[in-house]
Design a protein around this ligand. Sequence first.
Ligand code: ISE
Length: 334
Amino acid sequence: MTFRIGMIGPGGMGRAHIARIHEELGGGRVVAVSDVNAEHAARVADEIGATVCATSAELIASDEVDVVMICSYGPAHKVDVVAAVEAGKPVFCEKPLAPTAAECIEIMAAEQRAGRKLVTVGFMRRFDPSYNELKAVLDSGEIGLPLIYHSKHRNPTVPEIYTWDMAINDTGIHDIDTMRWLLGEEFVSARVETPRKTRNRFPHLQDPLILILKTESGIYCDVEIFVNNQHAYDIQGELVGETGTVRLSDQQRIERTGAPGRFHALTQDHNQRFGQAFAREVGEWISAASRGEHTGSTSWDGYAAACVCDAGVQALTADGLVQVDMIDKPAFYA
Ligand code: ISE
């Protein structure tokens, strides 16, 4: 059976998912699209032979759509996620689940009313082979208890529309989710250090910055976020345990052959670095949904990440430590 997918907001990320689904993965096909830009929606629909829906509500309600992928702008997510959940359709939502913790709570409430997990959030690093290996080492107990995690998240450039808070809630959100998933703990506090700024940035940005988070059991995590390094999409991570350390290997590099011979080139964007992770994430989502099951991160993960982002953004504007404010985890997500 080919699962019929409706996609809301087929921009850069959405189109990359369409290419993966149609060219690489089996089991699903994007049969309907909608976008705030009707001409864009018509263009994409024409390219892939899909139906255009005038609104996201129409797409979600369509009998031709079994499952929904939301790749639109974050502030538009909540209404569509809730509508898909209320229609009983599994929904894959790109991060952030919603920009505010309050909206994530509304999504969790709708999902609990529906009585089953229907929402998966696009935190693709959970499907990356290098992160999976790192987690396997930690879980084996070989390096003892985790004490510190060092993360580096570097981009070559960001566009001018990238606002000052996005360093945390658009870029750092991936590190936040990865560390929660890896360590199996929530964060309790955040602070931000602001190094000398690169001259190669838009004036409204603090770039780079260092986000320092502490977990419930006292593990410290530092994240260097540097989004204008001018040369590479460079993701690094190192976990320090009581008796050993483990770090992501050179899987962030690709091997190239050219005039200088065989060499490693650094990846340039998230689709290159995390191509395999995206494919596994979407492939597993389609196959789980077709079995009536859930995979990947939940609405709770989207909520928890939003709460840590809120604390981080606050810490970026005020000196000192900011506590992460979270509700108790509903039993539904245990
Ligand atoms: C972008 O939205 C992503 O999700 C990328 O993974 C991240 O590296 C980039 O900084 C974000 O803007």
